[in-house]
Design a protein around this ligand. Structure first.
Ligand code: FAD
Length: 313
């Protein structure tokens, strides 16, 4: 570790204490609840809108709010700030995303210490994607990490209370097949993660197949929570976002439902919410207890889903 980092890590005045019970345990005990994803705002207007949304979501008592980490590893300050603000100013438990992009291991340790100093002990450990072109071949930073399992170990070594990892119902785009993808997911969990969050997917069946694959591949991990991700497609812009996140995997049934409504904003929103509601109902019927809702920093669609699915705490 460098001298500069040593200096940055010197103990200062005690900050807020991180929660003591790991999220994996909290999630295992939870019944019909939700968690929500937020992103650091880009400007002051965005920050004000987001905070209004946070206040509304807080009343519904999400199990946690996850805070994304800028693509390319560039927005660590925003993540640390927003997670710390949630910790200090709300009753919502923050989970900070952290990626290994563009940083040596020492810099990642430093981010983990800053989070800890802000009272944030829960981390989603991610490899991330190459800066500039997310689909370019992955090259680790010299002195950095190759895969997320290494970041799980590093976060554990730095004393994280909980560590989550990413799961991919359709398989990660770089995975040659679903079996190897599932083996690597199991590897991340065995490296010390206590839960996983699934990339959003439109077909509930895809998530259920991931659940089954993991149970077959790794019976020793039975009971480790894997949260299904749900993003209500409330506008054509949101549809674009979901296409990007799912690698343009948009089922034909969804196209049939949404394409005729592209020119009618109200009807599109209603149909998008209905699609998410149906997926949520199915997931609950399949025994899922906590749904991870992608908010895109606004509360309306999440409030509606939480209300109709009965997920408030
Ligand atoms: P890894 O687990 O390292 O997997 C990457 C590939 O390598 C996969 O094909 C995997 O099967 C394989 N693999 C894994 N371990 C090994 C191993 N030990 N040996 C060989 N192969 C292995 N990105 C951001 O930039 N910021 C965010 O905030 C963010 N949040 C996310 C939240 C969720 C819920 C999800 C699902 C994704 C998020 N991402 C985020 C995207 C994520 O960073 C990318 O999808 C990235 O390409 C993969 O990250 P990973 O942690 O799954 O990587």
């Amino acid at each position: 570790m460098s001298g500069a980092l040593d200096a940055g890590a010197r103990p200062g005045p005690p900050g807020p204490a991180a929660p003591a019970v790991p999220l994996g345990d909290v999630l295992r005990a939870a019944r019909r609840r939700f968690s929500v994803e937020l992103s650091p705002p880009h400007d002051e207007a965005g920050a004000a809108r987001q905070w209004e949304a946070v206040r509304r979501l807080e009343r519904l008592r999400p199990v946690f709010a996850s805070v994304t980490y800028g693509a390319g590893g560039g927005d660590q300050d925003g993540t640390v700030e927003l997670a710390g603000r949630l910790r200090d100013g709300t009753g919502v438990r923050p989970l900070a995303h952290l990626t290994a992009v563009g940083q040596p291991a020492d810099a990642l340790r430093e981010v983990l210490r800053r989070l800890r100093a802000a009272g944030v002990g829960d981390v989603l450990a991610l490899r991330g994607d190459p800066h500039g072109d997310p689909r370019a071949p992955w090259r680790p930073h010299p002195g950095g990490l190759q895969h997320a399992d290494q970041l799980v170990r590093l976060a554990r070594a730095e004393g994280a209370v909980s560590v989550g990892v990413a799961a991919f119902p359709l398989g990660h785009p770089e995975s040659p097949d679903l079996d190897s993808d599932t083996r690597h997911l199991a590897g991340k969990l065995r490296a010390g993660a206590d839960f996983a969050i699934a990339q959003l997917c439109f077909d509930v069946e895809e998530f259920l197949r991931l659940r089954d694959r993991l149970a077959r591949t790794a019976p020793d991990l039975a009971g480790v929570p894997v949260l299904p991700g749900l993003l209500p497609v409330t506008s054509p812009r949101v549809l674009e976002v979901t296409r990007r996140l799912t690698g343009d995997h948009e089922p034909s049934w969804l196209q049939r439902r949404l394409a005729p409504l592209l020119d009618d904003r109200g009807a599109f929103r209603e149909e998008g919410l209905e699609v998410a509601l149906e997926a949520g109902q199915r997931l609950l019927a399949e025994g899922e207890q906590v749904l991870h809702l992608y908010s895109l920093n606004s509360s309306g669609a999440v409030e509606r889903l939480v209300g109709e699915l009965g997920l408030a705490g």
